[in-house]
Design a protein around this ligand. Structure first.
Ligand code: PLP
Length: 490
């Protein structure tokens, strides 16, 4: 029940409104424009980031010196910052930049689409763009992987993967087996399959999961035999966030056999390692086996937009959502398969083959592994391991958490406890500061440099990166760390 003063206030509001209609609509707040964004200073960008985006994250950007850089443009393998400095990109947006920055064919396809006033959102109608992209993905995918769900992020594609598998298996077999050190996304469903105490925080997770060590076929067999409710196995083909970890080819072959024997569905998460990065379109193709469900995202957006796909067999799809009665249970979300994003992906997939980027990933990746292994020989006390396939390479550094001089160790831990043994942070900071090279780190193993350059990378780019790393390592660990400490005060 409304009280009398409230009713009186409402009546007054109606009276005033009807007497003095605001024909111009609500007053426009003080909004910044696109031009304001383009010309914004680094200081203002920082203020707004801290006030409205993620003040805590700024701490890490500052530690690494990334906070001093404002990127103005990007082309091919390079960013250009506010001072015209060109930065070689060996980070590659964690595998999102297979085509490099602003690939001319992808830009042209997008521009033409805009100039022709093509439609973006046509949820009520069939979309020729979504149909074409789905056809292309089915044509590329081996075996019976023919049915496609389009979304906007890797997490969304992985949610779709889990849902289609669960729906096909039924409630009695809905338990999901996943691996230690896995990363499948941060949305609430797949967070239950992402093995990170940090990301899991204290969120309530789905209980129906079982965790085993990555690449351990015996552990999977035992788990399946002990618990018939496990109907789904979900694994990254190459673990990215876990530190570029691979399982041997035989593991995947045994997994395929085991899943067939037990009637279990295998989901291969190819969000990071897929789309040619490993030297094959899908990393599982190296083992000559095909999963029941897979997922792509990142570079599927051509480096220009958000696009993701879940791909499964016709049999599984039809079982899950094949009838009118269940077709809408998990139909695409609002932006699943919107026009320009589809066109971007279609052009990207064509470029991938026309420019032999998959072959280049294999060849340039081999060369890079060779060069990095030579550096490992040169600096055995600093580099512990070099691993990976194609242009998905991890360089693991020795743990210096106990061996740095005491004073240096103490100074570092005052700055950030996570940096203690993490030489990768210091080296990454030095590469950017002194050599104009950008690299990434891995979420779970902070001693690993994650190297995922665009698939257009040439031997010359690899040489530029390896020379820069050589110069940094040549300074020795103590100097690398003390220079880092000085950069924090300077
Ligand atoms: C293997 C894997 N799966 C899923 C995801 C989630 O993708 P997104 O960040 O687009 O949600 C990622 C992201 O890094 C990933 O590497």
């Amino acid at each position: 029940m409304l009280d009398t003063p409230t009713i009186a206030k409402a009546e007054e509001a109606t009276r005033v409104t009807s007497k003095t209609p605001n024909l111009a609509g609500p007053d426009k707040p003080v909004l910044l424009s696109v031009d304001d964004a383009k010309s914004m200073s680094l200081e203002k960008t920082t203020d707004l980031f801290k006030a409205h985006l993620n003040p805590g994250q700024y701490h890490f950007m500052k530690l690494l010196g990334f906070h001093k850089v404002k990127i103005e443009t990007a082309e091919g393998m390079y960013y250009t910052d506010q001072d015209g400095r060109k930065i070689l990109d060996f980070f590659g947006g964690f595998g999102s930049l297979a085509f490099g920055h602003n690939h001319p064919r992808i830009l042209a396809a997008r521009k033409k689409f805009q100039d022709e006033n093509r439609h973006e959102i046509a949820m009520a109608f069939l979309s020729q763009y979504a149909s074409t992209l789905a056809y292309d993905l089915a044509a590329i995918s081996p075996g019976e992987l023919n049915m496609v769900f389009l979304g906007s992020s890797g997490s969304e594609a992985m949610e779709a993967a889990i849902k289609v598998a669960e729906q096909a298996q039924g409630p009695q077999r809905s338990k999901v087996l996943y691996a230690e050190n896995s990363f499948h996304g941060k949305t609430k469903g797949v967070l239950s399959l992402t093995d990170s105490p940090l990301y899991r925080s204290e969120f309530k997770l789905v209980n129906d999961t079982v965790k085993v060590p990555f690449g351990d076929i015996d552990a999977i067999r035992t788990a399946l035999e002990n618990d018939p409710a496990i109907g789904i196995v979900c694994l990254e083909t190459i673990q990215g966030g876990g530190g570029i970890i691979q399982a041997p080819v035989e593991f995947w072959q045994q997994l395929r056999e085991l899943c067939d024997e037990k009637g279990v569905l295998w989901i291969a998460d190819e969000v990071q390692c897929g789309l040619g990065r490993s030297g094959r379109f899908y990393a599982f193709e190296h083992a000559g086996v095909v999963p029941d469900v897979t997922a792509l995202a990142k570079s599927l957006g051509g480096g220009k937009c958000a696009m993701a796909a879940m791909i499964t067999t016709t049999e599984i799809y039809m079982k899950a959502y094949g009838k009118p009665a269940n077709a809408m249970i998990h139909a695409a979300a609002t932006f699943g398969g919107i026009g320009e994003a589809c066109v971007t992906s279609i052009e990207g997939l064509n470029v991938l083959y026309d420019e032999d980027l998959i072959g280049n990933a294999a060849r340039t990746g081999d060369y890079m592994l060779q060069q990095l292994n030579a550096l490992k020989e040169k600096y055995p006390k600093i580099i512990k391991d070099v691993r990976g396939q194609g242009l998905m390479i991890g360089l693991e550094l020795q743990d210096f958490s106990q061996t740095l001089p005491f004073a240096v160790r103490t100074a570092v831990s005052v700055l950030d406890s996570k940096l203690k043994g993490s030489l990768s942070g210091f080296i990454g900071a030095a590469l950017l500061r002194d050599h104009d090279v950008l690299v990434a780190f891995t979420e779970y193993n902070r001693n690993v440099l994650r190297l995922e350059p665009p698939l257009i990378a040439s031997r010359e780019h690899v040489d530029q990166f390896v020379d820069a790393l050589d110069s940094v390592l040549d300074e020795g660990v103590v100097k690398i760390v003390t220079k880092f400490l000085k950069s924090q005060v300077g």
